[in-house]
Ligand binder design. Structure first.
Ligand SMILES: [Zn+2]
Ligand SMILES: [Zn+2]
Length: 95
């Protein structure tokens, strides 16, 4: 987690905003901050939570061209498909 810079939350928010809170891969509409989630189950909520992926898998590299907004399931498939230095269990830090 220390590999993420301290303004990561702000950077990630900017990327998600620019993406219109849609996944860049499957284009699904994800939750925005403040969206009501009470009617959703935890797994439904997780599915439409937008995350930010590092193209080069370097969490230190926060250049906009290295960052891509992905929903949780697309994000997981990215990490499952290729060799990754970020274990899937740590993906929650990648939000
Ligand atoms: Zn997606
Ligand atoms: Zn990622």
């Amino acid at each position: 987690m220390s590999r993420y810079s301290k303004d990561w939350q702000q950077i990630a928010l900017t990327i998600k905003d620019q993406a219109g809170w849609r996944c860049s891969k499957c284009r699904c509409q994800c939750l925005r901050p403040g969206d009501p989630t009470k009617h959703l189950t935890k797994s439904e909520r997780t599915k439409i939570t937008l995350t930010v992926h590092h193209h080069n898998r370097m969490p230190e590299d926060n250049r906009p061209e290295n960052l891509i907004a992905l929903c949780t399931s697309c994000h997981l498939s990215y990490h499952n498909r290729k060799q990754s230095n970020i274990p899937p269990g740590q993906l929650s830090f990648d939000f």
